[in-house]
Design a protein around this ligand. Structure first.
Ligand SMILES: [Fe+2]
Length: 344
């Protein structure tokens, strides 16, 4: 005799209650949630206009003394992550501001981070005993457990863009942090050090020990990036795209963060692409419009926007060519052998 669905559910209720008391869940009523057909990111595409962020960065200098804090940075926090303070599910993006003479004291951590010089001419980041000058468009890596500090010896206020993978490491409970000695002045008395050895693409010192976990080169000058963008061939999607690579392996610069530079030609809409990974996009120059998932943003210089996992994204430069700096967790998906990408 056939039971109604409601009667069946009612008949099972005592069993389900016993399972719950034993901290056991039945797979059959939740497998679609546990094993979704495709990624279901918590976050939507999001956009932080520079005109709002910039004003608040200047206020941060007025309101918060650098001596009182480890870093004077404002993190772009997607509202869907609440108190988690994350820009995407795996990464955070931020801007740091330092006045002349200020320094952000040394520390190190298992989190991987990068700096991209926005208005940072004359500032420097010291990474593992190497003095890395920051000029417009420079990328500087701070690999996991590399000691790093920042200093502004110039005579003007500087701002740079930061990105790091703390949300990913917190999800893995893999974050360790060590403060440096704030009174160790020797930390700041360094020159370029071994950075010189990795200056030229395609040349390495014979027998140099580069390791394989992250790039031995920490400093990627912006003038070289801009030159290469102007000479690179246009990709299948209609954009010029460069990947910052570890010169010893040809792969991503770090095990968990992957950086790209993109140039869009004026008026050319790129073919929509999507990937399993997420991206934080910083507008380096120019202005344009992006359609990401079901949202469309108009952006201009120093705006930041995100592309969540598995979201179709296409871009178009409006007034002239436009350049983006993109930081992504794509390399994590490569390493885990779960990378998927598509183009329309
Ligand atoms: Fe740091």
């Amino acid at each position: 005799m056939a039971h109604s669905a409601a009667a069946e559910i009612a008949a099972r209720a005592p069993f389900l209650a016993d399972l719950d008391r034993a901290h056991l869940h039945p797979l059959w009523d939740r497998y679609k949630r546990i094993t979704p057909m495709q990624p279901r990111p918590l976050d939507t595409p999001f956009h932080w206009p520079w005109r709002e962020t910039e004003a608040l960065l200047h206020r941060a200098v007025a309101e918060v003394a650098i001596d009182d804090i480890e870093r004077r940075a404002l993190i772009m926090s997607h509202p869907c992550f609440g108190e988690e303070t994350a820009t995407t599910g795996t990464m955070l993006g931020a801007f740091t501001v330092l006045d002349p003479g200020e320094q952000a004291r040394p520390h190190r951590h298992t989190g991987a981070a990068i700096r991209f010089a926005v208005q940072a001419e004359g500032a420097a980041t010291i990474v593992d005993g190497r003095w890395c000058e920051m000029r417009t468009g420079d990328l500087i890596l701070t690999p996991p457990m590399a000691w790093h500090g920042h200093i502004n010896p110039s005579n003007h206020r500087i701002i740079w863009f930061d990105a790091a993978n703390m949300p990913l490491l917190r999800a893995l409970n893999a974050h360790f942090f060590e403060p440096g000695d704030p009174n160790n002045n020797d930390f700041w008395r360094v020159d370029q050090g071994d950075e010189k050895l990795w200056r030229a693409a395609g040349l390495a010192v014979a027998d140099a020990s580069a390791g394989t976990t992250h790039s031995p080169k920490f400093h990627y000058p912006g003038d070289v990036t801009r030159q290469m963008l102007s000479e690179a061939t246009v990709g299948a999607d209609g954009a010029r795209m460069l990947r910052y690579v570890n010169p010893a392996t040809g792969g991503a610069v770090m095990a968990t963060l992957d950086c790209y530079a993109a140039r869009f030609s004026k008026g050319v809409e790129t073919r929509a692409r999507r990937g399993a990974y997420s991206m934080i996009c910083l507008v380096v120059s120019g202005s344009g419009r992006s359609t990401i998932g079901d949202k469309t943003f108009e952006w201009s210089q120093h705006d930041v926007f995100t592309v969540p996992p598995w979201s179709w994204a296409s871009h178009k430069a409006i007034d002239g060519d436009a350049d983006l700096f993109i930081v992504s967790d794509k390399v994590v998906f490569e390493r885990l052998d779960v990378l998927r990408e598509e183009m329309q």
